[in-house]
Ligand binder design. Structure first.
Ligand code: ARG
Length: 603
């Protein structure tokens, strides 16, 4: 109800100005009504708390101030169209309850709108969401899975709001690991450097581990590896070819995971920024920020000090002249913010990684700002998330103690969803085709993995539990999917949910809607929160807010449907209630879609 809230805010400001013209003039800006959604349903829809802070400057009791505002509101016919008579509560809160006609008009407007009342912005500058970003020749792990799921959800929300989103996969495809790997492969599996598909990613990961072990103990191996990196970064054609093959191998493997999760990403790995790295260091030097410390090029960070109390450096050029992760991220910021054709011209940069990289990003962002690369209203945000833990609260491991492979994790989610489903079919004495079972199991399995991740506050660590994420009750994907299935069932039982086969929104006249039950009003008020929730996720980048909303909505819907007759009701209640069912299904589908979760008609 952002639009309604906006109108009320304007009316309140005008009322306050009329009630207290001198105070408004003295403040130099309109007095703030502090309008917020009501903290409890019995207070109505909104509350305005702006009378309280005025008590001191006006030297009046806040209830008296509230009274003066309410009197002015009563004189505004536009306000009278939206709200019932305001109620002054407690020390001087103004409680506002919308008129039933106003709520019906909002419901009707949403029924005829494919965007369900969520306005779309007309932002000019693209938004970069940097997410997933696994490392070549290494296995993609559960941390990357979290980044992938959260990043995709944020990208979907921003896209739905109308932003042009660049979904960038900042893969680790450059740097010292290739020197080790190429040196090792030349000796043990040279075919991997010449022909595509000679080894699979599992082998590559093993080779990488062996190479790392040799690198750590064998000096000769170390220096050959370093020479290999120099050759690669210098553009040696054979090295580049080997590098390309290794990347291709990993990329195919990553893509399988993305396909299963329905994730779209544009790969723009670290190597992309190679030509810009020297420029970063040169520019930092020209701006007087670069300091040589033990042969390494650094920028000393402001407000960040180490144990000895001295400021910590951000190293941008190693003493051997090489560049690092931070140099690449600085080059990436510059490129992403620079106007086309020199860059992306983005207005907001969002980085989704584990919280362990918070210090890295804080340092990099600070240096970018001090270098003057972050101009105007550009926003740069790190979106951190906690660790994935097993049910024992320790780092997630297989029973044998190995790191969990993503493919195995997704397979297990689907297998478990399938056996749950088969058990339910037996219990309910249903028989279904194998294709149906496979489709439902895959959808539920992927949905459960995504939803479990998105529904916890991302900042905290997250305990991975198949049992919990696949449960049909509680704040889980199956519970939400089931609410949608339940509504689809109403249509199968003869309830016309409108929209027809095309699913196109169908206009309903507000006057045709008639509601009387508290469960109906509770559902309406919940449905009308969607736009505010989405705007909040766009701002705060917390997908769990959307999850909580959808869970709450499903619960309110289930209460409505359990307690109020729909198909057996008389007109006009019957079609009004069916309209609420349709809007509930559409809202759940839209919301789940923004989480990257497709819905089912039956399950
Ligand atoms: N490749 C990194 C990792 O696996 C994540 C990269 C995140 N993005 C960035 N621009 N630094 O930890």
């Amino acid at each position: 109800m952002l639009r309604v809230a906006q109108a009320l805010d304007t009316q309140l400001r005008a009322a306050m100005q009329r009630a207290f013209p001198e105070a408004t003039a003295a403040a130099g800006t309109p007095l703030d009504p502090q309008l917020a959604p009501a903290s409890k349903p019995e207070f109505g829809d909104f509350q305005a708390n702006g009378a309280l802070p005025l008590a001191k400057p006006l030297g009046q009791p806040p209830r008296q101030i509230a009274q003066a505002i309410v009197e002015q509101l009563a004189a505004d016919p536009a306000f009278g169209e939206l709200c019932l008579e305001p109620v002054i509560a407690g020390p001087g809160f103004i409680n506002l309850t919308l008129r039933p006609e106003c709520l019906c008009a909002e419901v009707a407007a949403r029924l005829g709108d494919a965007r369900l009342g969520v306005p779309s912005v007309s932002a000019a500058a693209p938004v970069v969401v940097d997410f997933s970003s696994p490392n070549i020749a290494k296995e993609m792990h559960v941390g990357h899975l979290r980044s992938t799921i959260i990043g995709d959800c944020l990208a979907r929300v921003l896209e739905f709001r109308g932003h042009d989103v660049l979904r960038l996969n900042h893969v680790g495809d450059w740097g010292t690991q290739f020197g080790m790997l190429i040196t090792h492969l030349k000796q043990v599996a040279p075919e991997a450097l010449q022909t595509a598909d000679a080894v699979d990613l599992g082998d590559l990961v093993t080779f990488y581990r062996q190479a790392k072990a040799r690198f750590d103990e064998d000096e000769a191996f170390q220096s050959t590896s370093r020479e290999e990196v120099v050759k690669l970064q210098g553009g040696d054609p054979l090295s580049l070819k080997a590098w390309g093959l290794l990347c291709e191998q990993s990329r195919r493997e990553f893509q399988r995971i993305y396909d299963r999760l329905d994730i779209r990403l544009s790969e723009r790995g670290e190597s992309f920024y190679n030509p810009y790295l020297q420029g970063v260091v040169d520019d930092l030097k020209a701006r007087g920020l670069l300091v040589l410390d033990d042969g390494a090029g650094c920028v000393f960070l402001e407000g960040v000090s180490g144990k000895d109390g001295k400021p910590l450096p951000l190293i941008v050029q190693k003493s051997d002249g090489g560049f690092n992760y931070a140099t690449t991220d600085l080059a990436a910021i510059r490129y992403r913010l620079a106007l086309p054709p020199a860059g992306d011209g983005a207005g907001r940069l969002i980085y989704v990684t584990d919280a362990g990289q918070a210090a890295h990003f804080a340092g990099v962002f600070q240096v970018a700002r001090r270098a003057g690369w972050v101009t105007g209203a550009a926003r740069i945000e790190h979106v951190p998330f906690g660790l994935v833990q097993g049910e024992d609260g320790k780092k997630l491991k297989t029973r044998a103690g190995d790191t969990v492979r993503l493919k195995d994790l997704l397979d297990e989610a689907v297998e478990r969803a399938e056996s749950d489903l088969r058990r339910r079919l037996v219990e309910e004495d249903r028989s279904e085709e194998e294709a149906f079972i496979a489709h439902v199991a895959t959808t539920v399995g992927m949905a459960a993995v995504k939803y479990a991740d998105l529904s916890t506050n991302r900042v905290t660590n997250y305990q991975f539990s198949f049992d919990r994420m696949l449960a049909l009750s509680g704040n889980t994907a199956p519970y939400l999917l089931y609410a949608v299935v339940r509504i689809a069932g109403i249509a199968r039982k003869g309830g016309d949910l409108g929209g027809g086969a095309t699913g196109a929104p169908e206009r309903v006249e507000a006057q045709a809607l008639s509601f009387s039950e508290p469960q109906e009003w509770a559902l309406i008020r919940e449905l009308l929160k969607l736009d505010a929730v989405i705007a909040e996720v766009e701002e705060e980048l917390l997908p769990n807010r959307l999850c909580s909303y959808l869970f709450e909505l499903s619960q309110v819907f289930n209460r409505f449907y359990d307690q109020v007759p729909v198909l057996k009701a008389d007109e006009p209640a019957r079609s009004s209630r069916l309209a609420l069912c349709r809007l509930s299904a559409d809202t759940l589908k839209l919301g789940l879609g923004l989480l990257g979760i497709p819905t089912l008609e039956r399950m």
